[in-house]
Design a binder for this molecule. Structure first.
Ligand code: NJP
Length: 265
């Protein structure tokens, strides 16, 4: 089947007020798509939309939404459908992490991560899916993480949310295997974004992995490149996924060999 072009495609991006969501929006707009931006910060969304309209000369709308508020998710997506008519692509990108040892971790933080990273993502998907099924076309991209494949110390809660995202994504992909709707998980390693302002308040993890950090623009390009292809998973960088795959096969050995490598946070 011929691959669809992105021109005029309606692409909803959650967490589009900064970080990789913002860069994904620019990359989508540069290819003629119509980004529909969702996040909590109205001002930042406005600035991203302004940049898109003036740089790429495409339409762009914004919606303020905390994806952890499931009632609001319903309302906002209903409004999006009323405003733009249809959605071609949903990029579930909104998310955050807090790096803490389990013994010290606050239950509120654990709950908040699950509400945003997992339940928010599921709620957005459920709002869009019936419409994609009706038109029998579209793509759902879930930004998970390498942490969803290989958990490391101090990322128990975050890692658990991303394992959940991968489980959800794999199940959904199989459910949709006989349709023309694609489902992709994106599993990056560390990316240079504001993610670490919340995740790593001491700054020590960022310092330790600085050399490994991905450029959000490169990540965005690669995410947009997979749209309307049947890519199951986008793992970035590729070598990191090799580690995760090896871990599945021989966890004890990898933990022994990696040693202090896993204690970077
Ligand atoms: O983080 P950041 P990234 N409702 O902090 C929004 C995953 N990831 O771009 O609401 C709605 O720059 C927030 O906007 P606002 C990560 O888990 C990252 O790096 O206005 N939106 C902002 O636009 C996450 O799923 C790394 O504050 C909410 C955006 O989310 C995704 O990549 C590694 C929200 C976050 O921008 C994007 O993270 C990895 C809510 N309740 C996976 N809460 C990494 N950076 O190293 C937050 O493997 N947002």
């Amino acid at each position: 089947m011929k691959r669809q072009t992105l021109a005029e495609k309606h692409i909803v991006i959650t967490g589009a007020s900064g970080g990789i969501g913002e860069q994904i929006a620019y990359e989508a707009a540069s290819r003629g798509a119509v980004p529909i931006l969702v996040a909590r910060s109205e001002d930042k969304l406005g600035a991203v939309a302004y940049h898109i309209r003036h740089t790429y000369d495409v339409n762009c709308s914004t919606y303020t939404l905390d994806v952890s508020n499931l009632k609001e998710v319903e309302k906002v997506f209903q409004q999006i459908f009323r405003d733009v008519g249809y959605i071609d692509v949903l990029i579930n990108n909104a998310g955050f992490g807090i790096f803490e040892d389990v013994a010290e971790a606050k239950m509120e933080n654990m709950e908040a991560m699950f509400r945003v990273n997992v339940l928010g993502l599921i709620a957005c998907t459920k709002m869009v899916l019936p419409h994609l099924l009706e038109r029998n076309t579209g793509h759902i991209v879930n930004i998970a993480s390498q942490a969803g494949k290989l958990a490391t110390p101090k990322s128990s809660g975050y890692s658990a949310t991303k394992h959940a995202v991968l489980g959800f994504t794999n199940s959904l992909r199989m459910e949709l295997s006989k349709t023309n709707i694609f489902v992709t998980a994106v599993n990056p390693g560390p990316i240079k974004t504001n993610f670490f302002t919340i995740a790593d308040t001491s700054g020590s993890y960022m310092k330790n992995v600085e050399k490994l950090m991905l450029d959000p623009k490169d990540v965005a390009k690669k995410v947009i490149n997979v749209l309307f292809t049947n890519k199951r998973e986008l793992n970035l960088p590729g070598w990191m996924n090799l580690g995760s795959t090896l871990y599945l096969l021989a966890p004890r050995l990898v933990e022994k060999l990696a040693g202090d490598m896993f204690h970077q946070k």
